[in-house]
Design a protein around this ligand. Structure first.
Ligand SMILES: Nc1ncnc2c1ncn2[C@@H]1O[C@H](COP(=O)(O)OP(=O)(O)OP(=O)(O)O)[C@@H](O)[C@H]1O
Ligand SMILES: [Mg+2]
Length: 320
């Protein structure tokens, strides 16, 4: 009986090992033993947590479609790591397999802490801790952006083209926001590309950033974009898209912590009511609402919710 279970486990382990990219052991200086702790995959990536014979715990991420993104992610992490910024430590790149390996970082996903803050299941102390985690994320982003400033402005009207495919009726509002944002910035920065709480591990004392990303609309720009691309994505993720009414006190607390910390260290601070921030926040909020809607919610209901949010944001920035 026990032997049967053992054999089944062995088969599972062997199967999981088979799915690792060939050449992995050599890229990691040939550890004698590799054990797969957990694996998950999407159509885009396969991610495995591994323990190595030398005691290290690492993560191997393999891109299944855009193989070249592994080298881009590795380059981002290597540059940030060399600058002493808190990202997951890059250990190896298998460029021809579209895979990279990072050292395991502790902490739990900041997005689950933000979720608990929205649910009201956390007390004042935990909300303070989550706000501090958001502040650390803002500090990371400002340091990274400040190091990667490049002359030449982003083009706000490119957002309108993205939104055209998401929600044609909203395009007019976005065109107005883009026109307001025109000329506001004269520089771009190296964007993280998916800077949301879901890609930040936080333990209350540190926040570690992972998963720099290269979506098509940023890839064509070499991931050089307005700083509000990342900042707006993070702010959008701090809006509780499941709430009936937008603009909760918890959201405001977390957003203020994030932007306050960004502006305390950024070479070019972001005005919280700037059209560029509102433009990129609105674009990511719309995308989140459409991507993350619970199954039965029809798209038109999502869009009405989005309109309420834009109105609320405008009244807040008119008051400030
Ligand atoms: N070095 C690491 N330390 C700790 N956890 C990690 C590490 N690398 C990956 N993970 C875990 O694996 C998850 C998926 O990794 P990652 O975000 O890089 O892959 P992904 O396929 O782009 O995921 P998603 O599409 O969900 O963003 C992370 O959210 C995190 O929980
Ligand atoms: Mg991720």
């Amino acid at each position: 009986m026990i032997g049967g279970i053992y054999n089944r486990r062995m088969r599972l382990a062997t199967h999981a090992l088979d799915s690792l990219p060939p050449g992995l052991a050599e890229a990691l200086d040939g550890p004698r033993r590799i054990e797969v702790l957990q694996s998950r995959s999407t159509p885009h990536t396969a991610v495995h947590q591994l323990t190595l014979g030398d005691g290290r715990t690492v993560w191997c991420k393999q891109y299944l479609r855009k193989l070249a993104d592994a080298a881009k992610e590795y380059a981002f992490l290597t540059d940030a790591w060399a600058a002493g910024l808190p990202v997951v430590e890059p250990l190896a790149l298998l460029a021809d397999r579209g895979a990279l390996v990072t050292r395991h970082a502790g902490g739990s996903s900041l997005s689950s802490k933000v979720r608990q803050a929205f649910d009201g299941t956390c007390g004042a102390a935990q909300l303070r801790e989550t706000a501090e985690d958001c502040a650390r994320s803002g500090e990371f982003l400002a340091r990274w952006h400040s190091r990667t400033i490049t002359p030449s402005a982003d083009d706000p009207s490119r957002v309108v083209q993205i939104v055209e495919t998401l929600a044609p009726r909203e395009v007019r509002r976005f065109a107005e926001l883009a026109a307001e944002a025109e000329g506001e910035e004269t520089f771009r920065v190296r964007a993280h590309g998916d800077f949301g709480p879901h890609n930040i591990l936080a333990d209350g004392a540190a926040a570690v950033i992972l998963d720099p990303s290269f979506p098509d609309d940023l890839d064509v720009l070499g991931n050089l974009a307005s700083p509000c691309e990342d900042a707006g994505r993070f702010v959008a993720c701090l809006h509780d898209t499941t709430a009936r009414t937008p603009g909760s006190r918890v959201s405001r607390t977390l957003i203020d912590a994030f932007l306050g910390a960004y502006n305390a260290v950024a070479r070019n601070p972001i005005d919280p009511s700037s059209p560029a921030l509102r433009l990129f926040t609105a674009r990511h909020l719309l995308q989140n609402l459409l991507d993350w809607r619970s199954r039965p919610t029809p798209a038109f209901a999502v869009l009405r919710r989005f309109e309420r949010w834009v109105q609320q944001e405008e009244s807040v920035s008119a008051r400030s």
